[in-house]
Design a protein around this ligand. Structure first.
Ligand SMILES: [Zn+2]
Length: 243
């Protein structure tokens, strides 16, 4: 196994490039927190990334999930077993804690959305876990890389959240705002595909909410960081989204 690229993308924030998604290590050099954890199959890669930074898994102080999809929450349970608290939005709790599926119910389960989620949840199962705390919009969280504000950005999932560090306007956007065109894998601002999104209209509104923060550095759940002309580029992107 080749260790994954780990890049410092903002002060104390390291982006781990996993095969499908991005996780973030927030550290002061001794303790660390994670925002998202990749799929269950990324566990070794994530541990290798932590080791590359000279950190010890037992010094993980918290796992902050943007949402409970299998490519973000796959290793939360592992770190909880090592003693870390896991945090997610209160509206994400039925999926993370109680094992509710993201696949739509009824006849829609037979459509493309049901198919995609069923395959994902079979191939990348997420173990249920009790949350250390449920987060709400505008809560603040303390991490080894400073204080971040919780921004509820529903749409992709009901309890999706982003994390915003006001001190340098760094935004970890999860899947509420991507910097890659999914599947085509071409760099560029984008929303997640409709097939993976529970409410598209809400997802568009949430993108506007993120743009209003005027982020200086964007750290998405998929794609590379954006730190050049970020505020204007995000504003231009959301202006093209029909509400
Ligand atoms: Zn997702």
């Amino acid at each position: 196994m080749r260790p994954p690229p780990v890049l410092e993308v903002a002060a104390g924030v390291w982006q781990v490039v996993l095969p499908w998604t991005r996780a973030y290590i927030l550290t002061d050099g001794a303790d660390f927190a994670l925002v998202d954890t990749g799929t269950c199959r990324d566990q070794e890669l994530l541990l290798a990334a932590i080791q590359q930074l000279g950190l010890e898994p037992r010094r993980c102080t918290g796992i902050f999930l943007t949402h409970g999809h299998c490519d973000h929450a796959g290793n939360a349970c592992y770190f909880a077993e090592q003693g870390a608290k896991v945090y997610a939005h209160v509206a994400e709790s039925p999926f993370v804690e109680a094992g509710q599926t993201y696949a739509p119910s009824g006849l829609r389960l037979l459509g493309p959305q049901g198919f995609m989620f069923s395959i994902g949840e079979l191939y990348w199962p997420v173990r249920q876990l009790p949350l250390g705390a449920q987060l709400s919009d505008n809560d603040t969280i303390d991490t080894p890389a400073g204080t971040w504000r919780v921004v509820h950005t529903p749409g992709h999932t009901p309890g999706h959240i982003a994390y915003f560090r006001e001190s340098d306007r760094t935004l970890i956007s999860g899947d509420a705002l991507l910097n890659i065109l999914p599947f085509i894998r071409k760099p560029g601002l984008s929303l997640a595909q409709p097939v993976f999104t529970s409410d598209l209209a809400q997802a568009r509104q949430s993108a506007h909410k993120l743009a209003a923060l005027s982020p200086r550095i964007l750290l998405p759940g998929h794609g590379s960081p954006l730190s050049n002309d970020t505020t204007a580029r995000i504003a231009a992107f959301v202006a093209r989204l029909h509400m």
